[in-house]
Write a protein that binds this ligand. Structure first.
Ligand code: GH3
Ligand code: MG
Ligand code: MG
Length: 527
């Protein structure tokens, strides 16, 4: 039974351990792939977020531009502009500029960053920056359609400015400042990733570390790859100078459109350190699960194998003849409890059968009146005793007893009184002999006693003892006051070496001595 619980436990432990080993092994082998996967999916998610944010701002800007194309603003339109600003807190201020000459001089024809709009956006004036002409100067050197992003550092503020040409000859430009934290909010979260947004010129437009905004990453291998790539997203491995030593990095890029790139880079060492932590957690988890498995195994073996063991010892007891062993007191509501109950019922049935069998055996082997063994049983046993004595060269004696003048006794006191005498004689015989001797009623008023390991002298002594006991026995008179008496005669035969070849020879010999005893006057023993 211990084997079963041990086996279950072993299977549990081995399977959990191998699963944990497999998981760690897999993880170790795939960790670079894993880092690539995590960092590129992280980058893509961020890129999608930023793109949709840009789309939203662009939509709002185009609405504003549409309103301002006419170069005039009436009261109604200015209310509409208010609504647009109210709905998009990314926009901080805007203006429309008109180029006056090819040489590049321009003047502002309309700009809104009045107090009303500021209040709408809960902004302070210093956050807005000033719609000045620096970004326009840069733009005009390389004019392009669409949304052109520029970084400006005005009065120590990081300002992100978008310039949109309003018509094809670029004579009119819409210029927007967006809130300085716009885009920044999207690049945060990951400890492992170092993410930033750059313009086409390699100038950082947004960075987790605000002090990096405005710096150039023109030399960065990741930026160069992103700029030359014909695909929208990609990954690469590269080296960077990290202080005094070079470090390995894994980088991801996504093109955001409008000449902007989202770049994320991960220090390989740092990423692996993070993975090692995850690895370690997996090991702890596996240990925990194994411990739990062992605990469950122990509880399982207690609740299942312990009752089963009791059941086994109980069945052993039943086999040995104890039909209601204590071990069967398993009062559980499960299959084991049910099995115990079946066994209890089985034990009960077996017990009943045995009692019945005992009764039947007694009926078959014993005489109903005297309680002594019957003639058939006597003959069977005498056969066994005789062959044993022959094999072991032991002595064996047989007494044949006959009540004297029993016919007369019956005639005088009645048949019922005769029966009572025979009953008394049976008891006297049993009490006068040893347990190893065998007393049987031979028939009528004749009895036999088998005496194993007994020579003729022993037979004579015991015969006399029986004779005297019977003679002195006071028989209760069932018809009148007082007691009666009776005597018996005994003939004995003793087996020594090969004097008898069969039980009949031996019985016949005892019968001859009995006849002699009768002839000699009765109430005596002849061996
Ligand atoms: P002896 O001294 O020569 O043995 O004389 P006996 O009368 O005992 O001899 P016998 O064999 O002539 O008679 C035996 C009698 O025993 C005959 C029978 O009525 C009686 N008897 C035999 N079996 C029973 C029995 O079961 N009950 C009773 N009451 N009497 C029995
Ligand atoms: Mg007789
Ligand atoms: Mg007789």
């Amino acid at each position: 039974m211990k084997k079963i619980s041990f086996l279950i436990l072993a299977i549990l432990v081995v399977s959990i351990a191998s699963y944990a080993y497999f998981a760690i092994w897999q993880f170790k082998n795939d960790k670079l792939k894993y880092i690539y996967l995590v960092s590129s999916s992280f980058n893509l998610t961020m890129a999608h977020k930023i793109e949709s944010q840009l789309e939203r701002v662009l939509g709002d800007i185009q609405n504003l531009v549409g309103l301002l194309r006419e170069q005039e603003i009436d009261h109604n339109k200015s209310s509409l502009i208010k609504v647009i600003f109210q709905n998009d807190s990314s926009l901080a201020s805007f203006g429309i500029y008109k180029r006056l000459a090819v040489a590049g001089s321009y003047n502002q024809i309309y700009g809104i960053y009045n107090k009303d709009f500021m209040d709408l956006n809960h902004l302070k004036e210093d956050v807005l920056g000033v719609l000045d002409t620096n970004a326009i100067d840069v733009y005009l050197k390389n004019p392009k359609p669409g949304l052109n992003p520029y970084y400006q550092n005005q009065t120590a503020q990081n300002i992100l400015t978008f310039i949109i040409p309003l018509d094809n000859d670029k004579a009119q430009l819409a210029v927007f400042n967006v809130n300085k934290d716009f885009l920044l909010d999207t690049i945060n979260s990951s400890d492992m990733q170092n993410s930033f947004i750059t313009g086409e010129d390699g100038v950082v437009l947004a960075h987790k570390d605000k002090s990096a905004i405005g710096t150039s990453v023109l030399e960065s291998p990741l930026f160069l790859l992103a700029k030359e790539a014909t695909v929208k997203d990609g990954s690469t491995e590269f080296q960077l100078d990290d202080g005094d030593k070079t470090a390995n990095y894994i980088g991801d890029f996504s093109k955001l459109g409008h000449g902007m790139f989202l770049l994320s880079q991960t220090n390989r060492e740092d990423a692996f350190a993070g993975l090692r932590k995850i690895n370690l957690n997996t090991v702890y988890f596996a240990i925990f699960i194994t411990g739990l498995g062992i605990l469950i195994g122990v509880i399982f073996s207690k609740s299942l194998t312990a009752p089963l063991e009791r059941l086994m010892s109980a069945t052993e007891s039943i086999g040995a003849g104890n039909y209601a062993p204590d071990a069967l007191n398993i009062r559980t509501n499960d299959e084991v409890g049910q099995l115990a109950e079946y066994f209890l019922n089985l034990g009960k049935k077996l017990n009943e059968r045995e009692v019945e069998l005992e009764k039947v055996t007694e009926l078959a082997t014993k005489d109903g009146l005297t309680g002594c063994y019957n003639n058939r049983h006597f003959r069977n046993r005498l056969g066994e005793f005789l062959s044993l004595a022959r094999r072991h060269k032991h002595q064996l004696s047989l007494l044949l007893l006959d009540v004297d003048h029993f016919k007369k006794f019956n005639d005088t006191y009645g048949h019922q009184q005769g029966d009572a005498v025979l009953k008394d004689l049976g008891q006297i015989l049993r009490e006068s002999t040893r347990d190893t001797d065998l007393v049987a009623r031979y028939g009528g008023e004749e009895f036999v006693v088998i005496l194993p390991e007994t020579n003729s002298l022993g037979a004579k002594v015991l015969g006399d003892k029986i004779r005297v006991n019977y003679m002195n026995h006071k028989i209760k008179n069932i018809n009148a006051e007082g007691t009666l008496q009776s005597t018996c005669s005994i003939g004995a035969a003793t087996f020594t070496e090969d004097n008898y070849n069969s039980i009949d020879e031996m019985i016949k010999s005892a019968d001859e001595r009995l006849y002699e005893a009768k002839k000699a006057g009765r109430n005596r023993v002849i061996v």
